[in-house]
Design a protein around this ligand. Structure first.
Ligand code: FAD
Ligand code: FES
Length: 278
C-alpha cells in the first residue's frame, strides 16, 4: 500500500499569506492570498478550500478567482459566524491556514464548445466568477455566453467594476436585476427568474450553470426546464455544513452523496430525486 505523506495528505495545512484584504460590501470581505514558497493552488473553477484560523476553526470557502491567474488566488467571505467574523479582522500581511482545493468543480471539458448561460444569485457570484473569468480568458473555446446576475440591492452587487467589464463585452450577453432598486439604479427590478425568458437558447448545445441561495434553485430550474434545457445540461453548486471537507465526517451528506467530495457541483439529473438537496 502506498504511504501518503502529510504533505500529500488532505490534512496538510498550507500557509496562506494575505496580500490584499478589503471590504466589498457591508458584509463581504475580499482576500487575495498567496501560498508560502510561491506554491500554486492548482484549483478548478467551482472548487473550495478549507480556511483555518488556529484556535478558532476552519470553514469551506469557494475559490473566486480563475485558475488562469497564477501566483495568488481570491476569496470572498461573508461575516456569518465565529470563524468568518475572525477572518474579517485580518488584514494584508496576516496568514491563514489553507487545505485543498477540494471537491468536484464545474465540468469545463464538457462545457467546451457549447453555449453557456450563467445564473448567479447573491453570493453565488463568488464561485461562478471563477468559471466566468476562466471562460472569458479562453473565450474562443466556448460558444455563446450569457450572464444573468441577481442581488438584493445595487449596494450588494459584488465585483462591480468587473461586472461592468462583462457587460461591455460584445461577445457576452449580460443582464442583471435587483430585488429592490434605489433612485440611481437604471436596470431591471425583480427576481432573477424574470431574466430567463428573455434569453434565446439553442437547447441542443446550451448548458446552464446556476449558483445561489437554496430558495433560488427551485424557481430558476423550473424556468430553465420551461425553456426545454435537458436536465443533464443544468449544473448547480450546493452548499452544506462541512467539517472535514474530504468525505470522512458525514456532515455534508445529502441522501447518498457527500457534498464535499461528490460535489459541490452536481448536474441536475443526478441530484433531482434527492429531496434533501433542493
Ligand atoms: C462548498 C462551500 C463553499 C462556500 N463558499 C463560501 C464563500 O465563498 N464565501 C462565504 O462567505 N461563505 C462560503 N460558504 C459558507 C461558509 O462556509 C460558512 O458561512 C462558514 O462555514 C460559517 O462558519 P462560521 O464559523 O463563521 O459560522 P458558525 O459560527 O459556524 O455559524 C454561523 C451561522 O452560519 C450557519 N452556517 C454555518 N455553515 C454554513 C453553511 N455551510 N451554509 C449555510 N449556513 C451555514 C450556522 O448554522 C449558523 O447559523 C461556503 C460553504 C460551502 C459548503
Ligand atoms: S465535510 Fe466531512 S464528509 Fe463532507
Amino acid at each position: 500500500m502506498k504511504r501518503v505523506t502529510l504533505k500529500e495528505s488532505a490534512y496538510n495545512v498550507k500557509t496562506g499569506k494575505i496580500l490584499v484584504a478589503k471590504m466589498l460590501t457591508a458584509q463581504e470581505k475580499y482576500f487575495k492570498i498567496a501560498l508560502a514558497g510561491g506554491e500554486s493552488l492548482d484549483h478548478e473553477p467551482g472548487q473550495f478550500v478549507m480556511v483555518a484560523v488556529p484556535g478558532v476553526g476552519e470553514a469551506p470557502i469557494s475559490v473566486s478567482s480563475s485558475p488562469t491567474i497564477r501566483g495568488y488566488f481570491e476569496l470572498v467571505v461573508r461575516d456569518a459566524g465565529k470563524l468568518t467574523h475572525v477572518l474579517h479582522q485580518l488584514e494584508a500581511g496576516d496568514t491563514v491556514g489553507i487545505r485543498g482545493p477540494f471537491g468536484v468543480g464545474f465540468p469545463t471539458q464538457i462545457l467546451e464548445g457549447n453555449d453557456l448561460v450563467f445564473v448567479a444569485g447573491g453570493l453565488g457570484i463568488v464561485p461562478l466568477r471563477s468559471l466566468i473569468n476562466f471562460v472569458i480568458d479562453n473565450r474562443r473555446d466556448f460558444g455563446k455566453v450569457s450572464i444573468l446576475l441577481g442581488c438584493k440591492t445595487p449596494q450588494d452587487m459584488l465585483f462591480g467594476d468587473e461586472v461592468d467589464q462583462w457587460e461591455k463585452r460584445l461577445d457576452v450577453n449580460f443582464n442583471c436585476t435587483v430585488d429592490k432598486a434605489d433612485p440611481d439604479w437604471k436596470g431591471n427590478v425583480g427576481l432573477i427568474t424574470s431574466l430567463i425568458p428573455g434569453v434565446t437558447l439553442d437547447i441542443e448545445r446550451t448548458f446552464a450553470i446556476v449558483v445561489g441561495p437554496p430558495i433560488m434553485y427551485k424557481f430558476v430550474i423550473a424556468e430553465l426546464l420551461k425553456k426545454n434545457i435537458p436536465e443533464r445540461q443544468i449544473y448547480l453548486s450546493l452548499e452544506r455544513h462541512m467539517k472535514c471537507g474530504v468525505g470522512k465526517c458525514g456532515h455534508c451528506q445529502i441522501g447518498d452523496v457527500y457534498c464535499c467530495q461528490d460535489g459541490p457541483v452536481f448536474s441536475y439529473d443526478k441530484i433531482k430525486n434527492n429531496i434533501e438537496a433542493l
